[in-house]
Design a binder for this molecule. Structure first.
Ligand SMILES: Nc1ncnc2c1ncn2[C@@H]1O[C@H](COP(=O)(O)OP(=O)(O)OP(=O)(O)O)[C@@H](O)[C@H]1O
Ligand SMILES: [Mg+2]
Length: 445
């Protein structure tokens, strides 16, 4: 395994700057960057080494050997700010070629200036959201609806973005990387590194990623194929926080490394051709960025930790002809139904919220129960034949819009990775000093 050194960057040093535009352009062109962008400072020691992906390393071995187990958060204190609503956006994709050919009519009228959607007929109900979008442009949706949330995760808030909607409505198109139109995830990655570069003089950062899927109600680690990579369990800490046991987290230092992990995970995610979509997601995926940071000049007690969850749900669908697809579809529909129930009961102020009825809602419980900033992109099909499913999505979106949340900044008092690394670094320095002294003594004798 090739080991490369994390560069030590002081405020006096000049670094070539990381350009998100070039990073995304390179992705668009589907080529590696001509010259890699500067590695923003993630560790402050020039003596600490960590493995980073190299073109020659095999993904599987990389994932296994570079992995560390997910942290069980301990003793944390948090600052709450005023409550706010979940941000809800609705996006209607353009008709596909097939829909155009079969003269499927575009049945929804979206008015972006008003944030409204209504059936394109005289007395249709008007639905209102924070924002509505049509067309192919992912930049507009990211910049106006998601970017602020992503940047707030760098300031210590937890953030969750998920795409919800029936099959073939454009969730994966909106969330993930496509050669022509980078989605929310690559844009968020570029933004995170821009932020780190902007703040590098005053703060130091540690970034880790994890990527999992929920397939047929089983949690699989998409960055690890080892013994503990499938059928992972959700456990609860003594402080009541749920976590996925044995999920790998990978330390990352460049946007390219993150994108390599995303590509790796996407390749392993369950997708198939269905009656409705050539490349249908058969699992829900949760890509997580764990961000730790602290001011350079302050003690380890003030480590800020937060996470950004970027979730591409599988879509609800009518009964499929293929048996395997039908079985997958029934798991997908059941978990989405539970998500709908959770939202309804949150809004009704129910005492018992059925988070535990599906893996998806259990994983989302921390976000939905109020501590995260949350943005939801609900996607709909334009065609008349999908009118009923689209109406269900619009109703779900209205329910989500009413959920109140209380985002918090969390400061971790112990057991943060940044803290652990620091302790290891100090320990290594002491050992090295002892060794040098012993060698000097031996020579003298
Ligand atoms: N806004 C859009 N502009 C142009 N094409 C789009 C848009 N949204 C989706 N598409 C196209 O529609 C098809 C289905 O999209 P996608 O696979 O993202 O749907 P999905 O909601 O993820 O479906 P599933 O639940 O089956 O995974 C793809 O070919 C995609 O490129
Ligand atoms: Mg999809």
């Amino acid at each position: 395994m090739k080991r490369s050194r994390i560069p030590f960057l002081t405020s006096q040093q000049q670094t070539p700057s990381f350009s998100p535009a070039t990073f995304l352009q390179n992705m668009t062109d589907n080529q590696p960057p001509a010259s890699p962008p500067a590695t923003p400072l993630l560790y402050s020691s020039d003596s600490y080494t960590i493995s980073t992906p190299s073109p020659s390393s095999s993904y599987a071995s990389l994932a296994t050997s570079a992995s560390t187990k997910s942290l069980r958060p301990k003793l944390s204190k948090s600052t709450t700010i005023a409550s706010e609503n979940i941000q809800v956006m609705v996006r209607c994709r353009p008709p596909s070629d097939m829909e155009e050919q079969s003269h499927e009519q575009d049945c929804w009228l979206l008015i972006p200036e008003q944030g409204t959607v209504k059936l394109d007929e005289s007395n249709g109900t008007t639905f209102e959201y924070d924002r509505v979008f049509k067309g192919t442009d992912n930049t507009e949706i990211y910049e106006s609806g998601i970017q602020k949330l992503v940047r707030s995760t760098m300031e210590g808030y937890n953030g969750t973005v998920f795409a919800y909607g029936q099959t073939a409505s454009g969730k994966t198109y909106t969330m993930t990387r496509t050669a022509e139109e980078p989605g929310v995830i690559p844009k968020a990655v570029a933004d995170v590194f821009t932020y780190i570069e902007e703040e590098a003089i005053d703060r130091e950062f540690l970034l880790q990623v994890s990527y999992m899927e929920i397939y047929n109600e089983k949690i699989n680690d998409l960055l690890n194929t080892g013994r503990h990579s499938t059928g992972l369990s959700i456990r609860t800490t003594t402080h009541g926080q749920d976590y996925v046991e044995n999920l790998s987290t990978m330390a990352v230092t460049t946007p390219e490394e993150v994108m390599n992990y995303i590509e790796l995970g996407e390749g392993r995610r369950h997708t198939s051709e269905t009656d409705f979509n050539k490349n249908s997601s058969r699992s829900h995926t949760i890509f997580q960025l764990i961000i730790e940071s602290k001011p350079r000049m302050s003690s380890l007690a003030s480590v800020r930790t937060s996470r950004l969850n970027l979730i591409d749900l599988a879509g609800s669908e009518k009964v499929a002809t293929n048996t395997e697809r039908r079985q997958e579809g029934s798991f997908i529909n059941k978990s989405l139904l539970t998500l709908g129930k959770v939202i309804t009961q949150l809004n009704e102020g129910a005492k018992h919220i059925p988070y535990r009825d599906s893996k998806l809602t259990r994983i989302l419980s921390a976000s939905l129960s109020g501590n995260d900033r949350v943005a939801v992109i609900c996607t709909i099909n334009p065609a008349w034949k999908s009118k009923d499913e689209s109406t269900n999505t619009l109703r779900f979106a209205q329910g989500v819009k009413k959920v109140r949340i209380n985002p918090k900044i969390t400061q971790v008092a112990q057991n943060s990775r940044l803290q652990n690394y620091k302790e290891q670094i100090v320990e290594l320095e002491i050992q090295m000093q002892r060794k040098t002294e012993q060698e000097a003594e031996t020579k003298e004798r």
